[in-house]
Write a protein that binds this ligand. Structure first.
Ligand SMILES: Cc1cc2nc3c(=O)[nH]c(=O)nc-3n(C[C@H](O)[C@H](O)[C@H](O)COP(=O)(O)OP(=O)(O)OC[C@H]3O[C@@H](n4cnc5c(N)ncnc54)[C@H](O)[C@@H]3O)c2cc1C
Length: 395
C-alpha cells in the first residue's frame, strides 16, 4: 500500500538550497516537504564550503537563521594573492565601497537551517530512497519514494530539484529538454581540516610552480588548507606530514614559517569542474543549486550560487501563492542563469589564473605572473576581482 500525502512544494534534497527554500517558504505560510536521501547525521556532518557573500548572509537573516552566524562568523575585508614569493592584499571592502565576505562553514549554515526547520515543525524526511519525480509537465506533479520498506507518494503543486550534481531531478528530465555545458579540469584539490589557528587573518590564494595552494579557515581555531593535486589522487596517499611539507613548499617564506600544523580532522580530494544545465525549469519542476550547475571552488561561489538561485525561486513561488502571479516563475531560469554564468566565468578565471595546467608552457606560466602582477597593481583590475569575489548583485 502506498501512503499518500500532499504539500504545496515538494523539495528534493536537504542541502543548503533545499533547506533554505523550505525555510523561506514556510515563513510565508507555504507548505513544503523535504525529501533527503541521506541520514540526519550525515547531512549535519558534511564538510564543504565556508565563504559567504553578503547577499547570502542577508538571505540567512531573512530566513531567521543568522543569530549564531552574527555571533560567531568572521568578517573578512580582504584576501591575499601570493606569487613569485610575495604576498599582495586585495582590499575587498575599499574597492567595492564597503562590501565584505563572511567566513562561516557550510556545516554551520546547515546546522542552523536544520535547527530552524525542526523548531518550526518543518517536514524533513531523511533516508528517503528511490525518490522519483513524475508528471511535472502537468499541473499535478508527484514525488514517489521509499522509507524502509514503506512506499510513499507526495502530491504537490511544484517540485524543487535541490538534490545536488548527482541528484535525481535533473536526470528525470527528457534528454532533449536540457543543454549541458561542461569543462572538467585536469587536476583536483586535496583539502585538510585541522584544529589549528589559521596562518593568516585572511585567505591566501597562492600561485606556485609546484601548484596552487589555498590557506583558508572556518574559525579562529579551525583551518582549512588545500593543495592542487592530480585529479585521481588518493587522500590516503597523503599522511598529514606529507601534506604540511607540500603546503609549506608552496607558501611565501613568512607564511610557511608561521604555519601552525596539527593532526587532520578531515582530508579529502575534490575534483574541479565547471557545469551548467539550461534551462533550470521544466514545467513545474525547478532546478536550483548544484543540481543545475557546478563551479570549481577557486572563486568560493558554489554555495553562494545555491543561495542566489533560492532568492529567485522563493521570490517566484511566494509571488505565485500570494498574488497569483506566474511571471516570476516564467522568468526564474533566465534570471538565475544570468547570475550563474557570471559566477561560472569568474570561477573559471580564478582557476586559470592560479593553477598549473599539465600542458602549460613556460610562456603560459609567465603570462599568469604578468596577469597577477596586473591585478595587484591596477585598481581597475583589482576592483573587477573584488566585486566578483564579494558577489554580484542579485538583480
Ligand atoms: C567535497 C566538496 C567540497 C566543496 N567545497 C566548496 C568550497 O570550498 N567552496 C565553495 O564555494 N563550494 C564548495 N563546494 C560546493 C558547495 O558545497 C555546493 O555548491 C553546495 O553544497 C550546493 O548546495 P546544494 O544544496 O545545491 O547541493 P548539495 O549541498 O549537494 O545538497 C544536495 C542534497 O540532495 C541530497 N540528494 C542527492 N540525491 C538525492 C536523491 N536522489 N534523493 C534525495 N536527496 C538527494 C544530497 O544528499 C544532499 O543533501 C564543495 C562541494 C563538495 C562536494
Amino acid at each position: 500500500m502506498t501512503d499518500m500525502t500532499r504539500t504545496q512544494v515538494g523539495v528534493v534534497g536537504a542541502g543548503p538550497s533545499g533547506l533554505l527554500l523550505s525555510q523561506l517558504l514556510h515563513l510565508q505560510g507555504i507548505e513544503t516537504v523535504v525529501l533527503e536521501r541521506r541520514s540526519r547525521d550525515y547531512v549535519l556532518g558534511r564538510i564543504r564550503a565556508g565563504v559567504l557573500e553578503q547577499g547570502m548572509v542577508e538571505m540567512l537573516k531573512r530566513a531567521q537563521v543568522a543569530d549564531r552566524l552574527s555571533r560567531e562568523a568572521l568578517i573578512h575585508e580582504g584576501i591575499e594573492l601570493a606569487f613569485a614569493g610575495r604576498r599582495h592584499r586585495i582590499d575587498l571592502k575599499g574597492l567595492t565601497g564597503g562590501s565584505v565576505v563572511t567566513v562561516y562553514g557550510q556545516t554551520e549554515v546547515t546546522r542552523d537551517l536544520v535547527a530552524a526547520r525542526e523548531a518550526l515543525g518543518g517536514q524533513l524526511v531523511y533516508e528517503a530512497n528511490d525518490v522519483a519525480a513524475h508528471d511535472f509537465d502537468s499541473d499535478k506533479p508527484r514525488l514517489t519514494y521509499r522509507v524502509d520498506s514503506g512506499e510513499h507518494e507526495l502530491r504537490c503543486d511544484f517540485i524543487a530539484g535541490c538534490d545536488g550534481f548527482h541528484g535525481v531531478t535533473r536526470q528525470s528530465l527528457p534528454r532533449d529538454a536540457l543543454r549541458a555545458y561542461e569543462r572538467v579540469y585536469p587536476f583536483g584539490w586535496l583539502g585538510l581540516l585541522s584544529e589549528t589557528p589559521p596562518v593568516s587573518d585572511e585567505l591566501i590564494y597562492n600561485n606556485h610552480e609546484r601548484g596552487f595552494a589555498l590557506c583558508s579557515m572556518r574559525s579562529r581555531h579551525r583551518s582549512r588548507y588545500y593543495i592542487q593535486c592530480a585529479a585521481d589522487e588518493k587522500a590516503e596517499a597523503w599522511p598529514d606530514a606529507r601534506f604540511w611539507d607540500e603546503l609549506r613548499a608552496r607558501l611565501p617564506a613568512d607564511a610557511a614559517e608561521a604555519l601552525a600544523t596539527g593532526p587532520s580532522i578531515e582530508k579529502s580530494v575534490a575534483p574541479l569542474r565547471s557545469f551548467v544545465a539550461e534551462p533550470m525549469r521544466f514545467g513545474r519542476l525547478f532546478l536550483a543549486g548544484d543540481a543545475a550547475h557546478i563551479v570549481p571552488p577557486t572563486g568560493a561561489k558554489g554555495l553562494n550560487l545555491a543561495a542566489s538561485d533560492i532568492h529567485f525561486l522563493s521570490r517566484a513561488l511566494i509571488a505565485f501563492y500570494e498574488e497569483g502571479r506566474d511571471d516570476l516563475l516564467d522568468s526564474y531560469s533566465e534570471a538565475a542563469l544570468r547570475r550563474v554564468w557570471k559566477a561560472e566565468r569568474f570561477s573559471w578565471w580564478m582557476t586559470s589564473l592560479l593553477h598549473r595546467f599539465p600542458d602549460s608552457s613556460p610562456f603560459d606560466a609567465r603570462l599568469q605572473l604578468a596577469e597577477l602582477d596586473y591585478v595587484v597593481s591596477s585598481r581597475a583590475a583589482a576592483t573587477a576581482l573584488a566585486e566578483n569575489y564579494v558577489g554580484l548583485p542579485y538583480e
